[in-house]
Design a protein around this ligand. Sequence first.
Ligand SMILES: [Zn+2]
Ligand SMILES: [Zn+2]
Ligand SMILES: [Zn+2]
Length: 484
Amino acid sequence: MEPVCPIGLACASEISALLSPPSPLQVQEYYHNLLSSRGCSGISVKQDGNFGKGVYADMDFKEGELVLKDPMFVGVQHSLNKIDCLVCSFCFRFIGSIELQIGRRLYMKQLRANESHGCDVRNSSQHFHGMDSSDEEENTQQCTSGISKTKIPLPEGVVESLMKGQLMLPCSEKFTLLPAVPCPGGCGEVYYCSMSCAEADWESSHLLLCTGESSDPARREALLKFIKHANETNDIFILAAKAISSTILRYRKLKAASLEKQVKHDTSCVSNHRSLSFLLEAWRPISMGHKRRWWDCIALPDDVDSSDEASFRLQIKELAFESLQLLKAAIFDKECEPLFSLEIYGHIIGMFELNNLDLVVASPVEDYFLYIDDLTHPNKEEAEKITQPILDALGEDYSICCEGTAFFPLQSCMNHSCCPNAKAFKRDEDKDGQATIIAHRFIRKGEEITISYVDEDLPFEERQASLADYGFRCRCPKCIEEEP
Ligand SMILES: [Zn+2]
Ligand SMILES: [Zn+2]
Ligand SMILES: [Zn+2]
C-alpha cells in the first residue's frame, strides 16, 4: 500500500517552495560564492536552458594540470569498509598508524569470521544500491574471498600488540599518520584526524547524529535503530540523514544570527515560529542538486522484470518511508518539519542516487609494503622477517582503499562526455576524500569541462545503456560518430 505521509499534507505549500527550482541567477550566485569561499579560480558554473548546469574553464589548463579540488558536501564510508580502514569521519584521511590499520583490520576480520553471517548484510543491501553496481561487485568479491584458507594466522598476541602500539613495524616511521581523535560526543563510533575535523563535523551534522552517552536516551535509541536499518538496507540513508541534519543546523545558525541582530536593535518580538525564509536559505545547497524522487529515478536492477517495475518502485518508496520514520523519531525538529516529509526525503535521496560519486582514498598500507619490497639487501631480508608473516596473515587483499559514497557539489555539475577533457584522478599527494579533477588534455579558456561517467572505452551500445541509468542519451562527438 502507498505510504501516507501526514507531514506531506500538513506542510504542502512549504514543501513546494523548497522543491521549486532555483532561478538561473540564484544558481550563478550560489556557485560564485561557493567557488570564491574556497579560493577556487579558473572555473565557473553556468546554467544553460537546454542542458542544465555545466562547469566551464575561465583559463587555459595544460594536460595533467589540476582543474579543481572539490570537498564533499556530505559523505559516508561504506559500512563494511569500516572493518578494513580507519579513516577520519570528516575528511576521510587514514589515521592512527600503519600498525593500527593492520592490527585493527586483522582483529575485525577475525571477529567477522567468528560471526557466521558476515556476508549477508552486504548482499541484502545490494539490491537497493542501484547504479553503484561495479563498486558493489568488488566488495562482494572481497567478501567471499575475505576469509580465505591460504591466510596464515599470526602467533597469539601479535594482533593485539599491533593495535596497542607495542609492536613497531620496520620503517613504519616513514609512513606516519595523524593520531586518531575520538568523537568529543563520546559515541566511540567515529574518529577524526584532528580537532578541527571533529569540530567541523560536529557543527555540520554530527551534533544531531552522535550516539554518545550525553545525548537524550530516547533519541539515542531511535538513532541507533535508524543507523542499524541503514546499514542493513542502504547507506544512502545515512547520507540523507547528514544532509537533513546539516540543513537543520544551518537553519538554527541563521535564526540565531538574526535573533542576535534583533536583540541589538531592541525589537521585542522573539519568535519561536518556523521561518520559511531561513529554511529556504539553509536548504540552498540541496536546492541546487535535487531533481527527482528516489523511487522514480532509481534504475531498475537487472534481476527485476520490467513487468514488476511498479511494485519495485513502490517497495523502494516504502523502504524510504520506513527509514524516514526512524530518522524522525531520532532528530525531529518541529521548526524544520517539512524536511521530514517523504517528498523531501525522496528528493534528497534521489539527488544522491543520480549524482553520488565514489569516494575513494588509497591506503598507506599498500605504500608501506611496496616500500619494504623495494628495500635492498640486507635491509629487505631483515625487515621481511617481521613483515612477511603479517602479509601472509592479511592475504591477497593486504591493502584495501577507503570506499564510500559522497556528494561533491562542483563535480556533480560536470557534464558527461565519452571523449572528456578532464578526469577524476587522485595524485600521490591527494590523501583525503576530496574529489580531484585533472585536465585529461589541453583545455582552452571558455571550453566546457567534461568528465566521463562511464568507461569511455566501452562499445557505443554499452555506453548508452550505462548512461541511460543517469537518465540521458549521450550526444557527444564520439557518440554521434559511432551511432549506427
Ligand atoms: Zn580529517
Ligand atoms: Zn559521536
Ligand atoms: Zn558519448
